[in-house]
Design a protein around this ligand. Structure first.
Ligand code: ADP
Length: 599
């Protein structure tokens, strides 16, 4: 059988073999059903164009009856493929072979009888030749899935014909027998070639389908695992951010509670460690958000020059401590304002410049921004972060953009870091439709750069982040709905330090009751609270006609939270843990938006 040549046998994989064989048999059945129309037509043709049935009534009719019976049997076998094949595939094949043998043999005998009766000079002979050639060639194609049946067919048809030719013994007879042999051999060879090609294609297709099935399963399980990971990170973010908020807040309060210098030093270290922990947490969260496709970028007006300066300002102390010169260079061609996401751009630049400072012990670190000509209202801004530090070997230059990748293990021990910064930065720049590239030489330094194609903003836009947050002004009456006692203390202290009055309730239901019975300027609404969560409470309050500004607080820093909060009717949103400045900026924004009188 050709499957042996294909490097696959039934013993290797019986289940697969059975599946393929079943497919081939069914297909053979379908192919043969076409032949069912051919035989009756031929018989009718003989009946109407010749007198053979009248001239030889007995045995010709007997043969025709056998052919018709075998055709009927084949119809039954094909129609009942499912039931017979399921019980016994061998029986089905045997029955099929029997009908093939019967039909072919009797067709052959019929043809031979016609030649014998009419001789080679009659037109009936030509008709028979055309018929035999046609049905056997067609049969070879029908029997492609099973070469044996094809051979049975060819032999059964040609055997009586060749015998007749030889029996007649004339020159015509021998020539006829000889050409029939050649034709039969040709059909044998063709049948084998078709059969081999058919099985090869079938096995290849099956292999491909198996690979696709496996890939599909692997893809599905990877997606499930990824979803579980994102969900886990979102949950962890909530669980860790809530106590982190408490820790950072309490440390801030402790620092201002008259501690001695040594305690203040400890608190500074504690604060630093807590912030480091928060940074790692934020990195992991960012990565999971990007991977889950849940990170959407903002498009607001901002000044690229201002962002560059802000980055330098944040890292200037670090540069000063390391005695490394931190330079910034903003080309005069850079537009005053562009549309984009200043927070994410700052995050990328902060990471690149912080890395440059981390890996540079002498020389300088330079952050520069240049712009190409404005075209169609857009400008190409190219940011470079160059340093004269240790550089990165060529072999590692591609890998460092992978998550958790570092040039060598000792880096973590000496400089700390998780190996996530570049991966996040690269993905953020990709989201901004740019690509971070790197030119670096060990011992000489590195140049990380990327180009962003951003729309220019000409109307007197305010650079994002310029509004001085600080305090909203006059003392406010604030209703705080928060169930966590530590967070309650932190928020109350932060707010009351600036003279605001804070009334605390532990859940949404009590918040609604408090609004009904008291007078407030603003509500700070945590989301995850027992009995009634912040979103539901806000919906009920808005339903009752309450127009107070509501600032949502969430420990779930996943994308979509802000929108969910705003959709519920809140005016603003801060994610825990927040700085006093962030909270005040949001309060101020919400008060302005709601046109509440400010001092
Ligand atoms: P982390 O700095 O937290 O380890 P990053 O993804 O930001 O993670 O950086 C990955 C690695 O790339 C670093 O550990 C360091 O080996 C290498 N690297 C990044 N920036 C520089 C640089 N400016 N000079 C030399 N090596 C760098």
């Amino acid at each position: 059988m050709p499957y042996r040549m294909l490097g696959f046998s039934p013993e290797d994989d019986p289940e697969r073999w059975h599946r393929l064989r079943c497919f081939a048999d069914r297909e053979q059945g379908v192919r043969l059903s076409h032949a069912l129309y051919v035989y009756p037509v031929l018989l009718l043709l003989l009946y109407f164009t010749t007198t053979i049935f009248q001239d030889h009534p007995y045995w010709i009719w007997a043969m025709v009856s056998v052919i018709v019976f075998a055709l009927g049997l084949r119809v039954v076998i094909l129609v009942r493929f499912d039931s017979i094949y399921q019980k016994d595939p061998r029986l089905w094949r045997l029955l099929l072979a029997l009908t093939v043998l019967l039909i072919a043999a009797f067709c052959g005998v019929l043809a031979a009888a016609v030649i014998f009766t009419y001789g080679f000079d009659s037109w009936v002979y030509s008709l028979v030749i055309a018929w035999v050639a046609g049905i056997t060639a067609g049969a070879v194609i029908s029997f492609t899935p099973n070469a044996l049946l094809g051979r049975i067919q060819v032999c059964s048809v040609f055997f009586p014909i060749i015998l007749t030719g030889l029996w007649l013994g004339t020159a015509h007879g021998y020539a006829f027998a000889f050409s029939s042999v050649i034709f039969a051999v040709f059909l044998f060879v063709q049948g084998d070639r078709l059969n081999t090609a058919y099985w090869k294609q079938l096995v290849d297709r099956d292999r491909e389908a198996t690979i696709n099935r496996e890939l599909e399963t692997a893809k599905k399980s990877a997606e499930t695992a990824n979803r579980a990971k994102t969900q886990f990170l979102a949950n962890m973010s909530h669980e860790i951010r809530t106590p982190m908020h408490g820790i950072l807040g309490m440390v801030q309060l402790l620092q201002h509670s008259g501690v001695n210098p040594q305690q203040s030093d400890y608190l500074r270290l504690l604060h630093g460690s807590a912030k480091d922990l928060l940074r790692v947490l934020n990195d992991i969260l960012d990565l999971s958000k990007i991977e889950a496709g849940k990170l959407a970028l903002e498009a607001i007006p901002f000044s690229p020059g201002r962002v560059t300066e802000d980055v330098a300002a944040v890292l200037s102390t670090q540069a000063h401590d390391k005695q490394v010169e931190l330079r910034i260079a903003v080309s005069p061609t850079v537009p005053a304002f562009v549309l984009g996401d200043p927070v994410r751009l700052k995050q990328v630049l902060l990471n690149l410049v912080a890395n440059a400072l981390k890996f540079t012990d002498q020389g300088y670190v330079e952050l520069s921004v240049e712009a190409g000509p404005v075209f169609g209202g857009h400008a190409d801004l190219t940011f470079h972060v160059r340093d004269t530090g240790i550089g990165i070997p060529a072999a590692q230059q591609r890998d460092i953009f992978e998550a958790f990748a570092q040039v060598d293990g000792s880096v973590t021990r000496r400089h700390g870091g998780t190996g996530l910064g570049l991966s996040i930065s690269a993905q953020l720049v990709e989201l901004m439709r740019g690509r971070i590239e790197l030119i670096s030489e060990p011992g000489k330094g590195s140049d990380f750069f990327f180009t962003l194609h951003l729309p220019c903003e000409t109307i007197g836009a305010e650079p994002a982040g310029d509004a001085a947050p600080s305090d909203p002004g006059r003392p406010l009456k604030i209703l705080l709905a928060e169930d966590n006692s530590l967070n309650q203390i932190v928020a109350v202290r932060l707010l009351s330090k600036h003279g605001h009055h804070v009334h605390v309730v532990p859940n949404g239901r009590e918040a609604i009751a408090a609004v009904e019975s008291g007078h407030f300027d603003l509500i700070l609404m945590d989301n995850q609270m027992p009995e009634l969560c912040g979103i539901e409470a806000t919906q009920l309050l808005r339903g009752n006609g309450c127009a107070l500004p509501i600032v949502g607080i969430s420990a779930n820093a996943l994308l979509g939270d802000r929108q969910r909060f705003l959709d519920a009717g809140m005016d603003g949103y801060v994610a825990k843990p927040f700085h006093a400045e962030e909270l005040y900026a949001e309060i101020r924004r919400c008060l302005q938006a709601s046109r509440m009188p400010l001092q």
